[in-house]
Write a protein that binds this ligand. Structure first.
Ligand code: IMP
Length: 203
């Protein structure tokens, strides 16, 4: 807890970027927009594991529309804070999406490669349509232009944690979105180098 502001800030967090209340307010707005879009259809919300679990869980409960959910896990190897671009499916959908109204629920669009890959894979399965809702999108000049119909927050190009987002598997349970303290990166890198030669999985 930062006693000067009364706001919570945890170890490993350089600064709070989006307070928990602001996240929840924005999610209610996104849910209202989605309810307006899906007045007559039953969308299939596809949560992208693992980072989007928290967002998916709050978003679907804020929506009034009749909906169904499924999950997909994709992963790319890289160092701890950058994506390598080599995406692969770790867990596929349970549902057949042919003729369905699909809504991809993403935690963050960084380079855009993961989302582009997902869109390509799902489009080939002939859904009626695909929309994308992403809680966060990084403003970076070299990101690919990828479909994101609804975006919660455009954020600076910094590594963020909390509200489902991790660094080396940690921090997902923070209720707010924070910027990772760069000293954590050095600390984890030196620990990882001692324990193993394998870089952690990105999700
Ligand atoms: P992409 O670069 O858009 O393909 O993003 C790949 C994945 O990396 C995202 O779905 C996230 O799971 C993860 N990622 C990207 N940026 C961040 C970040 O700032 N914090 C935590 N995870 C991130």
């Amino acid at each position: 807890m930062d006693t000067s502001t009364g706001k919570r800030k945890d170890r490993g967090v350089e600064r709070v970027l989006i307070e928990a209340d602001a996240v929840q307010t924005r999610i209610r707005e996104l849910a209202a927009e989605l309810d307006a879009i899906y007045q007559t259809e039953t969308p299939l919300l596809i949560g992208v594991l693992t980072g989007a679990v928290t967002f998916m869980s709050d978003l679907m409960r804020a929506m009034d529309a009749e909906l169904k959910i499924d999950f997909m896990a994709v992963s790319s190897y890289g160092d701890e804070v950058t994506s390598s671009g080599a995406v692969r499916i770790l867990k596929d959908l349970n549902e057949n999406i042919e003729g369905r109204h699909v809504l991809i629920v993403e935690d963050i669009v960084d380079s855009g490669l993961t989302l582009q890959y997902l869109l390509d894979v799902l489009q080939r399965r002939n859904p009626a349509d695909i929309k994308v809702v992403a809680l966060l999108r990084k403003l970076k000049p070299d990101a690919i232009a990828v479909q994101a119909d609804l975006v919660g927050f455009d954020i600076p190009d910094e590594f963020v944690i909390g509200y489902g987002l991790d660094y080396a598997g940690r921090y997902r349970n923070l209720p707010y979105i924070g910027v990772l303290d760069p000293s954590e990166i050095e600390l984890t890198k030196s620990k990882t180098a001692i324990l193993s030669d394998t870089p952690p999985l990105q999700d």
